[in-house]
Design a protein around this ligand. Structure first.
Ligand SMILES: Cc1ncc(C[n+]2csc(CCOP(=O)(O)OP(=O)(O)O)c2C)c(N)n1
Ligand code: SF4
Ligand SMILES: [Mg+2]
Length: 308
């Protein structure tokens, strides 16, 4: 009987275009996020993509794994109707890519439990007043890294490559992807794929945040697009070890020029203190991701040249 429950998932076919997206909304009015908050949009699209019979947890790996294991045990014992229920843990960059990274890593090794961890990355600990996280971009102004006259840049660490790291390090995790809500249908279809494929899965979403990034809320959608078009945030998925680039990222891989990073950075108050030298450094680091990485925008290793 146990076999009945082994990695049975809901099979969620991709939405074939925006007109085919279901009309039901599960994220209803009354939330208290800022105007233009992309993380609220990500939550709305995520639950729409998942549909009914879904549990969403506001935490990371341990909650996903525990819930999935609990459901499986209850169904096996006949204490719950046996049916595939989507389990999604929704966590921030502070909670997921910093504090809860170990628990996410553990979850991604438990292939017998189905869950999706969706990390919404607004590039700061926003709830506790825009504090610097390991996902905050180089040089950004946060409450922990205010630019000064003596020292212009307080934060000089490069952002973690979270999705690439998790994909490379968890060989039995069948699906890791990056998304941005500016590309909503693609985003929902990646959520649907992650939930359908079975086992633990991971999606990293880049979410423009008007308050923390300091820009007019009307620019949220455009900033998401620019993050992709400049090559700063590549859109891809890794399914069973095969990397597939998406949309404008795919075009970049195929030779389309990237937009200069300054077009993205200078629209945000958190980079208002940048001088040409800082923009040049940022551009060079992004160029490196595309020109030198073993898999552009995904995996940074380089093979040693023969004879060295
Ligand atoms: C272990 C732990 N340390 C500190 C906190 C306090 N805390 C609550 S929300 C938060 C910010 C989390 O940032 P992130 O996960 O990026 O989510 P965001 O606030 O940006 O939505 C912090 C530090 C906590 N809840 N747990
Ligand atoms: S601070 Fe940023 S992430 Fe938080 S609600 Fe406001 S816009 Fe959204
Ligand atoms: Mg955050």
């Amino acid at each position: 009987m146990a076999e009945t429950f082994t990695n049975t998932t809901q099979i969620l076919q991709p939405f074939k275009g925006v007109k085919k997206v279901t009309l039901e909304e599960y994220f209803t009015s009354g939330h208290r996020t800022c105007q233009g908050c992309e993380s609220a949009l990500v939550m709305k699209l995520m639950v729409k993509a998942a549909g009914p019979r879904t549990i969403v947890l506001g935490s990371s790996g341990s909650a996903a794994l525990g819930t999935s294991a609990g459901l499986k045990a209850l169904m096996k014992k006949g204490k719950m109707k046996a049916e595939p229920i989507n389990v999604i843990a929704f966590c921030g960059d502070g909670g997921g890519a910093d504090m809860g990274l170990g628990a996410i890593s553990a979850t991604l090794t438990h292939k017998e439990y189905n869950s999706l961890i969706l990390l919404y990355d607004n590039e700061s600990y926003a709830n506790t007043d825009i504090q610097l996280s390991g996902s905050t971009p180089y040089g950004a102004n946060t409450t922990f890294s205010p630019p000064g006259t003596v020292k212009r840049l307080i934060h000089t660490r490069w952002k973690k490559n979270t999705a690439g790291m998790l994909a490379a390090g968890h060989t039995e995790c069948r699906y890791v992807a990056t998304v941005c809500a500016s590309y909503a249908v693609e985003m929902m279809n990646k959520v649907r794929r992650a939930l359908s494929i079975g086992g633990p899965t991971f999606i990293h979403s880049l979410d423009p945040c008007p308050k923390g990034w300091d820009y007019d809320p009307m620019l949220s959608h455009e900033l998401g697009e620019l993050a992709v078009e400049t090559g700063i945030f590549p859109l891809y998925e890794v399914e069973d070890g095969v990397v597939r680039h998406y949309g404008k990222t795919k075009a970049i891989v195929e030779g389309r020029p990237r937009k200069p990073v300054r077009e993205y950075l200078l629209k945000q108050g958190r980079f208002a203190h940048f001088i040409e030298e800082d923009l040049g450094y940022f551009q060079a680091k992004v160029d490196e991701m595309w020109d030198k990485w073993e898999i552009p925008g995904v995996i940074p290793f380089r093979k040693e040249k023969p004879g060295k």
